[in-house]
Design a protein around this ligand. Structure first.
Ligand code: GLY
Ligand code: MN
Ligand code: MN
Length: 489
């Protein structure tokens, strides 16, 4: 009987466990990343990584926690209040020879009652494949002499770290590190100006990590493929559902519902859903137009974040399902610019040439359409912003654990995952015929750089104007959703 019970209990726990997703990055991935970083570190150095702060929303309510991407990259640890040290050579500490050290919060029944299970040090040893794990309060008296290292590598401290009063919280860890390393600022919440001990180095780590994070491993590419596919499928469902009179928030909600349906935990950045003039505001995140007008274009820049990796996909569509003549002219011009960039993108090509390819097409098109009279600086540059009047942003960036991911930005290399995102925005009042006003278009797709070219990862969502119009004619499952009127004052 007892054996049967034990058997049933273990089966139950296997079942519970098997509900957890199994497609996270493996512990081998994180261990391997730490080893590669260690090999790149200068002799006799230590790299210090802090977890992200918990960000407060208001009063006693915090935002959902998001780990610092470098910390996550090197550990897979998703909890706050943690510290990672990587040593370039083995150190004799506490009678052991160690080359990495992790401090995590210990268990705490009361805190776990509210916020869920914490990982114990023993569990962290197994899950993170790191042999030396301690509880954060132990860092204070831990015998590490930072002055003996030629270089102490760290990132600038975040200036929004709150003192939770719990012993060994991030506030304490930063404070204790500063004291141990002789950092001039002794408060976790202040940003330092100049480090005094000359072995403190807050700029090198970024340069060591950028080439690593910028070239994705097969495991990372798998996760990015999922994030991008989910985002493209969200665009498709919204194209089918879109009708004049919908609100921007409702459109945002449809995208994000699709993300959640596919188990994407977050949005990689605040969703941008802007119709007409709102689409000309590059980072418009209010999404508060309660009734989108017939005849408007709507620009939708959203990315699902799946297990830490985020997509970044933009589609611009006519709210009523059909581009007007002018909208189609601008749309097709942006499409042509994106195609020109795609045609030359391959390893060895500078990022700047990708941008130049899009700019050349856009400038030529603006001239042909009569939106500018010539290609002089006076015509193209908006004196108020110092930027191109109608194409005011860059066209490419890495994506990964951050939407604007860390990576080198000189030439394209195999294994990079980048966006190509040309756009034309013609706000009301622009010095051109009124018929062009309030047309915003961005087309943004995500690409893996392959050995000899690119793979378009966001291919599931149509990019051509005719294909968008065709998809918008299809039935939408959202059409079945008939909610009652709110009927309250
Ligand atoms: N969604 C931000 C960007 O496109 O870079
Ligand atoms: Mn982007
Ligand atoms: Mn974007």
């Amino acid at each position: 009987m007892k054996n049967t019970l034990i058997f049933l209990l273990s089966l139950f726990s296997i079942c519970i466990y098997s509900q957890k997703p199994t497609d996270f990055l493996s512990s081998e991935f994180h261990k391997n990343r730490r080893n590669i970083l260690r090999e790149k570190m200068p002799k006799n150095s230590v790299a210090v990584f802090f977890s992200n702060p918990i960000r407060n929303r208001a009063n006693d309510v915090n935002y959902k926690y998001h780990q610092d991407p470098n910390f996550y990259y090197l550990t897979g640890h998703q909890a706050p209040h943690a510290l990672l040290l990587i040593f370039s050579e083995n150190q004799d500490i506490n009678g052991q020879s160690i080359n990495e050290l992790l401090f995590v919060r210990g268990r705490n029944a009361l805190a776990e009652l509210y916020d869920g299970e914490r990982i114990s040090t023993e569990e962290a040893v197994k899950a993170i494949q790191i042999s030396n794990v301690y509880q954060t309060p132990e860092f204070k008296d831990f015998p590490i002499d930072f002055s003996q290292f030629d270089q102490v590598l760290y990132f600038e401290f975040k200036n929004d770290v709150r003192d939770t009063k719990e012993e060994g919280d991030l506030y304490d860890l930063i404070d204790q590190f500063k004291t141990k390393a002789g950092h001039p600022d002794k408060q976790a919440s202040t940003v330092h100006v100049e480090p005094q001990p000359n072995n403190l180095n807050s700029s090198l780590l970024r340069n060591l990590l950028a080439p690593m994070r910028g070239i994705k491993t097969a495991e990372e590419i798998d996760l990015l493929r999922k994030a991008v596919k989910i985002s493209a499928l969200g665009q498709n469902e919204v194209m089918k559902a879109m009708r004049p009179g919908m609100s921007e928030l409702e459109v945002q909600g449809m995208h994000e519902f699709i993300y959640k349906k596919y188990q994407a935990e977050y949005e990689g950045y605040p969703s941008i859903v802007g119709a007409g003039h709102n689409g000309c505001v590059l980072h418009y995140i209010d999404n508060y137009n309660p009734s989108i007008e017939d005849g408007q274009l709507i620009l939708m820049d959203l990315g699902a974040e799946y297990h830490g990796y985020t997509a970044d996909v933009t589609r611009t569509i006519p709210v009523n399902g059909k581009f007007s003549k002018e909208q189609k002219q601008i749309y097709d011009l942006v499409y042509e610019a994106q195609e020109a960039a795609m045609a030359i993108a391959k390893p060895g090509v500078p990022f700047s040439e990708i941008y130049d390819a899009t700019l050349e097409v856009i400038n030529k098109g603006l001239l042909e359409l009569g939106i500018v009279d010539n290609l002089s600086q006076e015509e193209l540059i908006n004196p108020a912003t110092g930027r191109h009047r109608y194409y005011p942003h860059g066209c490419c960036h890495h994506i990964g654990l951050d939407v604007h991911d860390l990576g080198t930005r000189d030439v394209l290399q195999e294994g990079m995952v980048i966006t190509i995102e040309p756009g034309i925005y013609i706000p009301e009042g622009s010095p051109c015929d009124k018929k062009w006003w309030n047309i915003p278009v961005r087309i943004e797709d995500d690409y893996l750089i392959t050995a000899d070219g690119i793979e378009l990862l966001s291919n599931d969502a149509p990019r051509k104007s005719e294909e968008i119009e065709a998809l918008m004619k299809e039935e939408s499952a959202f059409g079945q959703l008939n909610l009652p009127d709110l009927d309250v004052k």
